[in-house]
Design a protein around this ligand. Structure first.
Ligand code: AMP
Length: 456
């Protein structure tokens, strides 16, 4: 077992005056645990694997030793490459490096997809010491010979678990091949998965592991609560009730599991909180996403609705609450989501809403964390909705199954059924009862109501 030197004050760090001044300007009093542990390992030049969640101060954990070592140079080709999974993260990391390198002469360039490549080509052509990039765009720049990776001395892969989840393994391998073999590899991941372990096995040389939060260990400063809720529209009622308290819920990140729910939720909330809210997911344009995040970051809006994919690259500070409207089916996603609050030792709160169907997923999260989430009683002043989303309606589920069965038998090469044996879908009795009961949709959210009835 190798020994790691742990330092509990920035004065224990062998860092230049310029870095010390920058840290003072940032107002940091002491290193976070990952910074304390990673500093000497990275400085030693060994490969390193850091297991740390977002919010633990991991960006400065790798940037401090890297900037300490980086000598002034006029060389055009970069010496440091930082790979991150999302465009937002490129912007955030670039900004953090600029803050830390305030009194140094360093050239940092951020590159990411979805925007004009020519501007980025020109930016890298001016020369850079550090390139922060998403893998796809970086690879394109190298292929078009705008960028050369032959001088890379240190490679940092941040949020590698997210990167592999997003399917970047192939691009990563391609990029590794464009770099010199003699380089230092540094990687950060919130969780250790089989895929992460395989990547380390293939490309790292005897890495030292530095770990501050084991997979499934929530940060102590996040208070976690949950509500048992019958359906999606009751969840919305509860969410509106919570968000009405704008003193307590002053910066709220709201998670749902897919774009469709995000849009549906936004549509309802926007009516009530319209100048305080935005939604971001992968279908939104790059500019819209950047603008929304900036507004949220600068406290121009109070509520941001988002999905898991978008969530993980976001670096936003002082989030008061993370609200999980859907219970994530992968417990790790819950860890990522709640890790957005309680960052850098600030207090944070997370709220989870789960339906009967999501109960097992909630229990899986509790098993992963080794603790129960405090169950709160339903606030009596909040109305329970009996409107069901299309997906929640039992008949639709039955219809889907019978449709699937029909499709399967149609494709299985069996003879056609005689007419009298054919099942004809007449809409089903439940749908009929509901249609009779409600002459018009109960909420705007049930857009399919009219379509369903037209079909009859
Ligand atoms: P990260 O985990 O890199 O996303 O960092 C989370 C936040 O912690 C960033 O906003 C940093 O500015 C902040 N931070 C980093 N290091 C420290 C420190 N030593 N003391 C207080 N805040 C810090």
């Amino acid at each position: 077992m190798q020994q790691i030197l742990i330092m509990d004050s920035f004065t224990d760090f062998t860092i230049s005056k310029q870095l010390q001044y920058a840290i003072e300007d940032l107002g940091f009093e002491k290193p976070t645990p990952i910074q304390a542990q990673a500093f000497s390992v990275i400085l030693s030049g060994k490969d390193m694997v850091g297991i740390a969640q977002t919010g633990t101060g991991k960006t400065f954990a790798y940037m401090l030793p890297i900037l300490q070592e980086l000598k002034f140079s006029k060389q055009l080709a970069p010496r440091i490459l930082i790979l991150v999974p999302t465009r937002e993260l490129v912007l955030q990391v670039t900004q953090e490096i600029e803050k830390l390198g305030k009194y140094l002469t360093i050239r940092v360039v951020g590159v990411f997809g979805g925007v004009n490549i020519n501007t980025q080509r020109q930016a890298v052509a001016q020369g850079a010491d550090i390139v922060v990039a998403t893998p796809g765009r970086l690879y394109d720049l190298v292929l078009s010979r705008a960028l050369n990776l032959k001088s890379i001395k240190k490679l940092v892969i941040d949020e590698v678990d997210v990167m592999l989840d997003l399917g970047f393994r192939f691009q990563l391998t391609n990029i590794f091949e464009l770099m010199p073999n003699r380089r230092q590899n540094i990687m950060f991941s919130a969780t250790m998965t089989d895929e992460v372990a395989a990547l380390i096995q293939d490309f790292f040389i005897a890495p030292q592991t530095v770990s501050v939060a084991l997979s499934g260990t929530p940060l102590d400063n996040i208070s976690q609560y949950c509500y048992a809720v019958p359906n999606f529209y009751s969840k919305i009622n509860l969410l509106v009730h919570l968000l009405n308290d704008n003193t307590l819920y002053n910066k709220v990140l709201v998670f749902v599991s897919n774009k469709k729910s995000a849009d549906k939720l936004f549509e309802v909330l926007n009516e009530i909180f319209n100048d305080q809210i935005a939604v971001i997911h992968s279908n939104k344009t790059q500019n819209y996403r950047i603008r929304s995040i900036e507004k949220f970051n600068n406290d121009k809006i109070r509520i941001l609705v988002t999905t898991d994919i978008m969530s993980r690259g976001l670096h936003i500070d002082e989030i008061s609450h993370v609200v999980n409207v859907d219970t994530p089916s992968f417990p790790e996603n819950y860890m990522h989501r709640i890790g957005r609050t309680g960052r850098a030792e600030l207090e944070g709160t997370s709220v989870l809403m789960y339906t009967e169907k999501e109960k097992a997923a909630k229990e899986a999260i509790e098993t992963l964390m080794g603790m129960d989430i405090n169950l709160l009683t339903w606030p009596s002043e909040v109305a329970l909705s009996d409107t069901l989303t299309f997906e929640e309606q039992p008949l639709e589920a039955e219809n889907k199954t019978s449709q699937k069965k029909r499709d399967e038998s149609a494709g299985s090469g069996f003879h056609e059924k005689k007419d009298k044996n054919k099942k004809v879908n007449l809409g089903g009795s439940y749908q009929y009862t509901i249609a009779k009961k409600y002459k018009k949709p109960k909420t705007r959210g049930d857009k399919n109501y009219n379509n369903r009835n037209k079909k009859k």
